[in-house]
Design a protein around this ligand. Structure first.
Ligand SMILES: NC(=O)c1ccc[n+]([C@@H]2O[C@H](COP(=O)([O-])OP(=O)(O)OC[C@H]3O[C@@H](n4cnc5c(N)ncnc54)[C@H](OP(=O)(O)O)[C@@H]3O)[C@@H](O)[C@H]2O)c1
Length: 176
């Protein structure tokens, strides 16, 4: 998503959980800044890297990171709520955001995002992404794990952050 933002002319700031992932965002993908949420104070770093506030925010995490971003949104800003991974393993009800009231002050839009809702536009996305990839404007990396028997162990990588790219379980040599 951040790479598309760069192609569209945005200033883009990413947040990730390791120095290596932040380096990938900054040095390989061209993000303007990247924040390591495990070692940096996210709110202070966001203030530093978004001195003019946040116009568009793509949310995958929730919790303190969401709250930090909410506190810096601009007038008429837009938030796509795609995921809340920080609460998927919660065993008790998760407290709500402290800064939701900023949606009112800033007349901001928060909308849930489900990728399958846009399935009818998949060809459009593939055409753009394919062209940008061929032009070297976007990059991606994948972690391919062999064998369906490794699926549960692999799934947990999403939560401990040990995947570096899109996680794929390879179950067969055949693609059909
Ligand atoms: N709405 C939809 O249609 C849709 C579809 C697919 C996925 N999603 C959502 O998109 C998000 C990304 O999923 P993905 O499958 O694409 O895999 P992904 O981008 O590889 O996300 C997994 C990464 O999330 C980070 N993470 C895990 N726990 C975290 C926490 N408590 N706080 C902050 N970061 C944490 C870890 O990286 P770090 O090293 O940075 O911690 C981990 O490597 C998830 O929220 C998922 O539910 C939504």
């Amino acid at each position: 998503m951040g790479q598309i933002g760069k192609i569209k002319g945005c200033r883009v700031v990413g947040i990730a959980g390791s120095e290596e992932k932040c380096r990938w965002l900054r040095d390989e993908l061209g993000f303007d800044a990247a924040i390591n949420y495990k070692t940096e104070p996210v709110l202070e770093s966001l203030k530093q890297y978004c001195p003019n506030g946040i116009d568009v925010y793509f949310e995958n995490v929730g919790g303190e990171i969401f709250d930090a971003a909410l506190s810096l949104i601009n007038l008429r800003s837009r938030i796509a709520l795609c995921g809340l991974i920080s609460q998927y393993n919660a065993t008790e009800p998760v407290p709500g955001s402290c800064n939701l009231i900023n949606l009112i002050y800033k007349r901001a839009t928060l909308e849930g995002f489900l990728v399958l809702d846009y399935f009818d536009r998949a060809q459009e996305a593939l055409a753009d992404l394919g062209e940008w990839y061929a032009q070297g404007k976007i990059k991606y990396r994948v972690d391919v794990i062999e064998g369906l028997e490794n699926a549960p162990r692999t799934f947990n990588k999403l939560f401990d952050g040990t995947n570096q790219g899109k996680l794929i379980i390879k179950v067969s040599e055949n693609s059909d």
